[in-house]
Design a protein around this ligand. Sequence first.
Ligand SMILES: *Cc1c(COP(=O)(O)O)cnc(C)c1O
Length: 434
Amino acid sequence: MSQIYPRYTSTRGGGVAVSFEEALLKGLAPDGGLYVPDRVPAIEPGLLQKSGGFAGMAARVLPRWLGGEVPEESLIALAEDAFDFDVPVVPLEGGEWNGVYVLELFHGPTLSFKDFGARTMARLMSHFLRGRNERLTILVATSGDTGSAVADGFAGQENIDVVLLYPGGQVSPVQERQLIAERPGVQAFAVQGTFDDCQRMVKEAFLDPELTGVRLSSANSINIGRLIPQSLYYLWAAAGFDEVVFSVPSGNLGDLTGGVLAWLGGLPVRRFVAAHNRNDFFPRFLAGEGDQYRDSVRTLSNAMDVGVPSNFERLRALVSEDEMRRQIRGAIITDPETLATMRKVYDETGYVADPHTAVGLEAARRYRAEARESLPVIVLSTAHPAKFPETVREALGHEPAAPARLAALWETPTSVLPLAPDVTALKEHLLVAR
Ligand SMILES: *Cc1c(COP(=O)(O)O)cnc(C)c1O
C-alpha cells in the first residue's frame, strides 16, 4: 500500500490543495492565507530513537513528510548536510530546576534556532529549482536573527541568490558581523534608514511590475518549509521520556507551531507553555481576552518583539480554540523577571541562558509551581548567550564565553554596500544582478 503524503491548503480556505513544492516556492497562498498540511504523518514510537544523532532522526522522519516529492536518498543527504551540528538536551541540576531540561538549538552556524528552518528550506528550494531549471532571489529585510540564518543557510546553494537589507547602524555589532560576513551568492545592503524602510522596500519590490522577470521569494517565518524542520527537534528532545511538557520562547509562534505539528502526529506532550515577553497577544488570547491588534514593544528578548504573531492564523487552522486552550498555557515574562531568571538560574545551576531562553525558563518554573505534576519540562533554548553579551553582563556581571564560531567571525572578510532607503536603488541592483 502506498503511503499518503500531506498536501497543503490555505488557512483562508481558498483554492485547491497544492504540493509541498508549490507551497514552499510560493510562500503565501494566492488568497493571502498561510499553507497548512491537510494531514500530519504519524509519529510511531520507532521513530523516537537517538541512533544516528539528530541528522539520523531527521533522515527517518523527513520522508514521512516529503517522500512523495523528494527521493529518500536526497532527504537523507539533506539531513546530514543541514544538521551537521549537535542538538544537546541539557538537564539542569540544582534547587527547583531539577527536572528542567534545556534543548539547545543554538549550535548551528548563526547560533540561533532559525538555522534549522533556514538550512532546510534552502536545500529543499534548491532541489526543486534544479528540477525546474529556474533561479530565484531571496529578498529579506532583517533586524537580526532571521537575516543571518537566511544568509548563511542559503549561501552557496545552486540556483539561489540572496539579497539582504538591514538598517545600517541599527543592529548590534555581533548581529552586523553575522549579516555582512562574505558569503557566496549573498549581497548585504546597509540601508540608510530604519527597519521599517527595509520592510517597505521589500514589499514594494515584490509588487513592482518592472521586476516581474526576477523571481523573488521572501523565505520568511510564514513559509511552511520552516515548520517541518522545526517539528523535528521536539521528537528528538522527547525521545526517552514517556511524556513531557515543552516551554517555548515565542514571538511569531513558528517554533511553537512546529511543536503542535509533532503533537498532532502523536508525540506525547502533556502541554506546551507559550513563553512570551511583554508582547503578550497570545497569552492574552489564551486567557480569553480576544485577538485585537497590538503594537509591539521593545524588550531584552528582542527576537520575540512581535505585536501580532504571524503563525497565529496557522495555529487556529490546525487546532480548535478549545483544544488550543487545553493544550497550551500562556506566560508573560517582563524584562526585570528575565534578568532575575538569568541570575537565579546561573547562581543555582551554573547555567548561562540568553534572554530569550530565560523567558522560557521562568515560564517553565511557574508552570511547575502551578501544575503540581512532576513531568520533565523541556525548555527550548533559541539562541546562544554570546549573541547577547550586553544583557548577560547586566544580569551576571560578566560576559559569556564566545564559541569559536563567533570569535572566528571577526576574522572573516565582509561584504556590504550602502543603499538609499528607496526601492529604485534596490531595483537597479536586482535587475543588474540577473
Ligand atoms: C525568532 C526567535 C524567537 C521566536 O520564535 P518564533 O518562531 O517567532 O515564535 C525566539 N528566540 C529567538 C532567539 C529567535 O531568534
